[in-house]
Design a protein around this ligand. Structure first.
Ligand SMILES: [Zn+2]
Length: 194
């Protein structure tokens, strides 16, 4: 069974290759093998922003990442349900909540914009995580708080899962390709912004 530590190492190595322009996994896959089962390293909850594509920025191929995308990487019932599927049936040990710099949804919430239609329901889920300071401050806090919510919900049910689960928030920098990893407990970035 995969461990979250091994999965995290795979993601960090893949992002390192992406930054160095040395991606090598994206186009390599065995469809016959993949048709039998999937065993993804991690769940990635991230924004739908077209500049944030987890398979590319982590240099992973088909079957490697269980990706959930919506504008602003918010967590609602369908997201919870999708994550439950991955950890319960695919035994995925690691859940990454991946915010990003230049996020339009977080910027709208940060600037107290009110949207017409269903988009407002997404912005409303970000509103409560907005802080004084820059849009990046709000993005970090929104990502951190979303990860905390997920982690608390999963901890309540940890005894039902075979694998040890870990939820890690992170911010993807769309201009450098770097990822700043956060720690739910320390509430601080583990590496400096690039
Ligand atoms: Zn975004």
């Amino acid at each position: 069974m995969r461990t979250w530590q091994k999965s995290l190492a795979v993601l960090k190595n893949g992002n390192s290759r992406f930054i160095q322009n040395k991606v090598n996994n994206i186009l390599h896959h065995d469809l016959e093998l993949l048709s039998e089962a999937q065993n993804p390293y991690a769940v990635i909850l991230c924004c739908s922003d077209s500049r944030v594509s987890p398979d590319i920025i982590f240099d992973r191929g088909l079957g490697d990442l269980f990706v959930i995308q919506n504008a602003g990487n918010v967590c609602d019932t369908s997201v919870f349900g999708s994550i439950q599927y991955a950890i319960q049936f695919l035994k995925t040990p690691l859940i990454i909540v991946l915010g990003h710099t230049g996020c339009g949804a977080v910027t709208a919430a940060h600037n107290h914009k009110r949207m017409k239609g269903p988009l407002q329901s997404i912005v409303s889920l970000i509103d409560k995580h907005i802080v004084d300071g820059s849009v990046l401050d709000s993005t970090e806090n929104h990502t951190l708080e979303t990860a905390k919510t997920l982690s608390s919900a999963l901890n309540l049910h940890q005894d039902k899962f075979e694998q040890e689960l870990k939820v890690i928030p992170a911010i993807y920098n769309i201009s450098s390709g770097y990822i700043s990893w956060m720690d739910i407990d320390k509430e601080a970035l583990s590496i400096p912004d690039h």
